[in-house]
Design a protein around this ligand. Structure first.
Ligand SMILES: [Zn+2]
Length: 184
């Protein structure tokens, strides 16, 4: 794992220690409830009006002006495993980039909305996107978990599909986490 990956892994571990709803079991069972227990509302919407150049927006985070709390808006037209990743990704932005802590209020001017779609990002935005993706992958399928399970599968493609199924992530995310586990 590189420095960013290690740093984010530590943040995810600290989060799990502090907040029981962030345990891996709870995340697998229902990440939506896990995040809502932190005090972040999750809403579903048809985000087709935000589409740019034919690219779909999977979701975004914003601050509710009345409550001063973060909210995550999810594209209701996407499959469940994709929405799970989007929720985890947006939570990553809220914690890593907004520096929000559960229970705190946040000024809506301070929180910049980042739409989850890969269009015209600057270098800084790209780095933030990578960090949020890293956070999401680690939250949903920790690299240490993959390492512990490594010897149970005869080959990588079987492992990838089994992990995707069990941890409710896409095969791509499972593959990325397996590769990180194998590099170490
Ligand atoms: Zn993002």
């Amino acid at each position: 794992m590189n420095d960013t990956q290690l740093k984010i892994k530590k943040i995810v571990n600290a989060l799990r220690l502090e907040y029981p709803s962030m345990s891996l079991e709870s995340i697998i069972e229902d990440i939506e409830i896990s995040i809502e227990l932190l005090g972040i509302n999750i809403l579903y919407s048809d985000l087709s009006d935000l589409e740019k150049e034919g690219r779909r927006v999977s979701g975004f985070a914003r601050v509710n002006k009345n409550t001063g709390r973060p909210e995550i808006v999810i594209n209701g037209n996407e499959p469940k495993f994709r929405s799970r990743f989007t929720m985890a990704h947006e939570l990553g932005h809220i914690l890593l980039h907004w520096k929000w802590l559960p229970g705190r209020r946040i000024d809506h001017h301070f929180a910049e909305i980042t739409y989850r779609a890969d269009i015209n990002y600057s270098q800084t935005e790209k780095a933030r996107e990578r960090q949020a993706n890293e956070f999401a992958s680690e939250l949903l399928l920790p690299v240490d978990e993959v390492k512990n399970l490594k010897n149970q599968y005869p080959n990588i493609s079987l492992m990838r599909n089994a992990l995707a199924d069990q941890y409710k992530v896409s095969p791509q995310v499972a593959k990325i986490q397996i590769e990180k586990a194998n590099v170490e």
